[in-house]
Ligand binder design. Structure first.
Ligand SMILES: Cc1cc2nc3c(=O)[nH]c(=O)nc-3n(C[C@H](O)[C@H](O)[C@H](O)COP(=O)(O)OP(=O)(O)OC[C@H]3O[C@@H](n4cnc5c(N)ncnc54)[C@H](O)[C@@H]3O)c2cc1C
Length: 547
């Protein structure tokens, strides 16, 4: 439909909306990374998903769900406690779309065992695509998917939960989970006095027959409308993990009292609560005193998703920037044809190519870990390193993407302002930057042989790439120093870069060499575009990034 022009001016030289694109097939590095990691057979399914999530209607849902933030309804009009959170219908639609595609459970079989094949890679591609449209709702989606790994410690409970969690239905009703045809699960670890140091948790659990009664608080507990939460609390034998449902077995509302919702920088469509438990009913998951060991199974998976989502946010930033640059003229020439803008965009495209190759490689290790000890070693060592590097690189990247779009990038009607506000959280939650670096050191010291095998493989996979040998030597040198902990950021970043070069080399060797030459052979400059790439490579990178 043509619209009437303004009385004083005509609108021109603005890029059209980046809508109604297939977010899978329009992303050649994603297609290649999925295929290289065993997911080629799912291309049709992923393209269908990519078209749906790339539609104008989905972009609108994402916007509306963030503009109409969730509201805590603590009491009803007569003063009775409600403890419900209301969401805009757009949020529920996003949840339903993700659930229908199995983003919350497709890596598990109906019995809760790992689905195997390339299920991690295929689901990761969906998570990556969905995060380009709306990231807030992915919080309960990732926690639900990840919870199964911890519930596996309690086979009876898992067997009860899976028939509900294992469906592809989204059932938001406030009702006991066992009466529903779909459910979500959240997690409560962080307390006021400590999030990293969960051993300082003060919430306590007292036995009540076969179950427990939990009293205490959580300072951050996201997605409070979940049907149940995996919660840490002190029991007689020490810190333990519990399954705390919203309804007690007798059908009464469990004593989970929400205090308020956080007012957050980003992640606005998602509610994050402060909560108290008043002898709330809960079932133990795993042995008493082994709470961290139990819940870490879940956390390993949410860390993986943090990296995937950050990669998706950056992909979206790149796609919007490139799309805009191809339509916007400055000094009679499209921005995409200006040499300096090409230098910026191609360097960003290289970062995203390496990132998507790396996260898909990581997901293959999750697929293979149950049957391949080497892949289990890769998963253990690289998950924290990749979460660290990918998530921490996202805010700076998105800032640059916004700038490529100019003033339009900075306003809320475009998606980039929202992506930018969203991007820091993936580095902060589920283990902040330093904690990830310390976790890499822990893996190196506790599982030294497995880590050594990973380094050997990375050395072989990066053989001949500029700076790879020196990178391996410098990681070893940093870690051998007596003050190794202080050098951990240096070593972990290099490790992630090395793994990215290796992953990219398996997908597209030319891009891997460019990545190695600009990131391993020397430090990458602090700004995108301050590297020298050959003209034909600049063209190739930008064509691959967006046809
Ligand atoms: C939007 C949002 C939603 C959240 N949702 C949830 C949720 O659903 N459930 C939940 O349990 N938690 C949730 N969290 C909490 C989050 O996981 C914690 O904030 C995070 O783990 C950090 O804990 P903290 O805030 O207590 O910081 P601290 O633990 O005090 O850490 C502060 C800083 O110190 C660093 N640090 C810690 N230890 C060391 C060390 N030994 N050496 C050097 N540096 C160190 C950390 O890296 C961090 O940068 C959420 C947080 C946010 C922002």
């Amino acid at each position: 439909m043509t619209q009437a022009p303004f009385a004083t001016h005509e609108v021109f030289n603005q890029s059209p909306p980046f809508w109604n694109v297939d977010l899978f097939t329009s992303d050649a590095p994603l297609v290649a990374a999925v295929a290289a990691n065993g997911g080629a057979a799912a291309e049709g399914e992923l393209s269908e998903f990519g078209r749906h999530w790339g539609s104008a209607a989905m972009a609108d849902r994402g916007r509306v769900a963030n503009e109409n933030t969730p509201k805590l309804r603590t009491f009803d009009a007569k003063g009775h406690r409600r403890d419900e959170v209301e969401f805009h219908p757009a949020y529920h639609e996003l949840m339903a779309d993700s659930a229908h595609a199995g983003v919350h459970n497709s890596t598990w079989n109906a019995d809760g065992a790992p689905a195997g094949g390339a299920s991690e890679v295929i689901r990761a591609a969906k998570f990556y695509i969905a995060s380009q449209v709306e990231t807030g709702h992915l919080c309960p989606i990732t926690m639900t998917r990840a919870s199964v790994a911890a519930l596996a410690e309690e086979p009876d409970l898992l067997a009860r939960v899976m028939p509900v969690l294992g469906t592809r239905s989204y059932h938001p009703a406030f009702a006991p989970w066992w009466t529903k045809h779909g459910m979500t699960i959240g997690m409560g670890m962080t307390e006021k006095q400590g999030g990293t140091d969960v051993r300082s948790n003060m919430t306590w659990a007292e036995r009540d027959g076969d179950a427990y009664r939990i009293t205490g608080h959580k300072w951050f507990m996201s997605a409070p409308m979940c049907d149940a939460f995996l919660v840490l609390a002190q029991a007689e034998e020490g810190l333990s993990c519990f399954f705390m449902p919203r309804f007690a077995p007798d059908g009464s509302v469990n004593a989970i009292r929400f205090q308020r919702l956080k007012d957050k920088l980003g992640n606005r469509s998602n509610a994050s609560s402060e909560v108290e438990f008043h002898e709330a009913y809960a079932e133990r998951v795993g042995a008493e005193g082994k709470g961290i060991r139990t819940i870490i199974q879940m956390v390993q998976l949410t860390r993986q998703d943090c990296a995937i989502a950050s990669a998706g946010l950056m992909r979206s930033g790149l796609a919007h920037a490139l799309h805009h640059a191809r339509h916007r003229s400055v000094f009679q020439k499209h921005l995409a044809d200006q040499p300096l803008m090409q230098a910026v965009l191609s360097d960003m495209a290289l970062h995203v190519e390496a990132t998507v190759a790396l996260v898909m490689r990581l997901c293959r290790s999750f697929d293979r870990a149950p049957v391949d000890a080497k892949e289990a070693g890769y998963m253990r060592l690289l998950t924290p390193a990749i979460k660290y590097w990918v998530c921490k690189s996202a805010p700076g990247f998105l800032y640059e993407a916004m700038e490529c779009v100019g003033g339009n990038g900075y306003v809320e009607e475009g998606i980039l302002a929202r992506h930018y506000r969203e991007s820091p959280v993936n580095a902060i939650w589920e283990g902040s930057g330093n904690v990830m670096c310390l976790d890499v050191l822990r893996a190196l010291s506790r599982e030294a042989d497995a880590a050594l095998a990973v380094f050997h493989d990375l050395a072989a996979e990066t053989q001949g790439l500029s700076g790879a040998t020196e990178a391996i030597a410098s990681i070893g040198k940093a870690l051998r120093r007596p003050d190794g902990e202080r050098m951990a950021r240096l070593a972990v970043e290099k490790l992630a870069l090395l793994a990215a070069a290796a992953a990219l080399n398996a997908v597209s060797p030319r891009q891997a060499e460019l990545f190695a030459a600009t990131r391993l052979a020397g430090n990458h400059p602090s700004m995108y575009g301050a590297v020298e790439l050959p003209s034909e490579d600049i063209r190739g990178l930008l064509e691959r990034a967006l046809p």
